[in-house]
Ligand binder design. Structure first.
Ligand code: ZN
Length: 178
């Protein structure tokens, strides 16, 4: 009789990658929504940033699926209740309750930053708790990537500070740059 594989991300590579796939799915979806919100604000620049970030999430997701196929016999078919998230909630979904169309660029960037930081902390936590080198190495790598996303958003937040939250009254909005 074989023991069922652990569904804990720190104990099972497949389970870890299944968690990563959910995180990236949610990140991509969130960035799409934030990009739509920025389109509604006629902020093409921040909308383009978010669409680029959504693209990175989908790329990262594909890499996780690929890694699972090559090194873990594919993704385990985890049920929603078999995931192990901090606070019983997937980190990146934590803040998706705001009404997006009212969001300023500053608020949208803040929300994206929080999600990137939770994702980074999730991966860093797994790297810290896991005793399996294959998981530790990958979790560290993912934590680093999320940290880079967070840093990029912090730079953007400096360009769209809170004091500019009434920017939509700007009679001369910035030109749509790419
Ligand atoms: Zn990210």
């Amino acid at each position: 009789m074989t023991e069922p594989a652990s569904t804990h991300p720190e104990h099972n590579l497949g389970a870890f990658l299944a968690h990563a796939v959910v995180l990236e799915d949610e990140a991509a979806e969130r960035y799409d929504e934030l990009a739509d919100a920025m389109d509604n604000h006629n902020n093409a620049e921040v909308a383009a940033l978010f669409r680029k970030m959504a693209g990175y999430s989908r790329l990262h997701r594909a890499e996780a699926v690929d890694h699972a196929r090559q090194h873990a016999g594919g993704l385990p078919p985890l049920k929603s209740w078999e995931f192990h998230w901090p606070d019983d909630e997937s980190p990146e979904s934590a803040n998706l309750t705001l009404s997006h169309y009212l969001m300023t660029p500053h608020q949208a960037l803040e929300l994206a930053l929080q999600a990137e930081c939770s994702a980074r902390d999730f991966y860093a936590g797994v790297a810290e708790r896991s005793e399996l080198p294959a998981i530790v190495e990958l979790a560290r790598e993912f934590a680093e990537e999320e940290g880079e996303h967070a840093e990029a958003l912090e730079v953007w937040l400096k360009r769209f500070p809170k004091t500019q939250d009434d920017w939509d009254h700007d009679p001369d909005p910035p030109a749509a740059a790419d």
